[in-house]
Design a protein around this ligand. Structure first.
Ligand code: SF4
Length: 189
């Protein structure tokens, strides 16, 4: 069982207590992800970047705690902590400068399918069509004009901290296997 805590300006001061509280349970691990998108509650925002960096350090130490508790091997430790540190650094880069070294994978190797058939390139963007209107053929749907327009907008200016989509961009990058040991060595800094 995994617990995922969404970090926002409303709860980030309680991170230490949350980490400690969940250690009493038999979890696989306790994960922390940054709030993303545009919540309806306007006071629900991200903490400042300086605090995000501190939270990232706590989150990766928490992840290491569960790796050690489950006595996982070194390879798993390098890959899990390496990818966590790498994606954390990408999120910090987006928050700091808006810069992201990839074009987001949305619509290429990941999409969102809503229960009613609506297809979204990511859940933060409007639907590009409903599968029901395309005889349930996702490949035909993804060739429509709405998809092409959104793909162009994504390539042009879309950047965010959505880790599922960052992971898919990272997974597609041939350099990733070489980067993970580097970020693993950086994680304690
Ligand atoms: S960067 Fe990717 S995941 Fe983020 S809003 Fe844009 S398309 Fe969606």
């Amino acid at each position: 069982m995994v617990v995922n805590t969404t970090v926002s300006a409303l709860n980030y001061k309680d991170i230490d207590e949350m980490i400690e509280y969940f250690r009493q349970f038999n979890l696989t691990y306790h994960n922390f992800e940054l709030l993303r998108g545009s919540p309806k509650e306007k006071n629900l925002t991200l903490p400042p970047l300086s605090e995000v960096k501190k939270i990232h350090s706590k989150a990766i130490r928490a992840r290491n705690y569960y790796i050690e508790r489950m006595k996982l091997g070194l390879l798993e430790k390098i890959s899990v902590l390496g990818i966590t540190k790498y994606t954390q650094s990408l999120k910090e880069r987006v928050l700091d400068s808006g810069d992201f070294p990839f074009i987001c994978s949305a619509g290429k190797n990941i999409i969102v399918l809503e229960p009613d058939g609506q297809v979204k390139l990511c859940e933060l963007l409007p639907s590009v069509g409903n599968l029901k209107e395309y005889n349930y053929d996702i490949e035909v749907l993804l060739k429509n004009d709405r998809t092409k327009r959104q793909m162009a907008e994504i390539a042009d200016h879309c950047r965010c901290t959505h880790v599922c989509f960052i992971n898919m961009s990272v997974a597609n990058d041939i350099k990733t296997p070489f980067k993970l040991p580097y970020y693993f060595l950086k994680w304690k800094k």
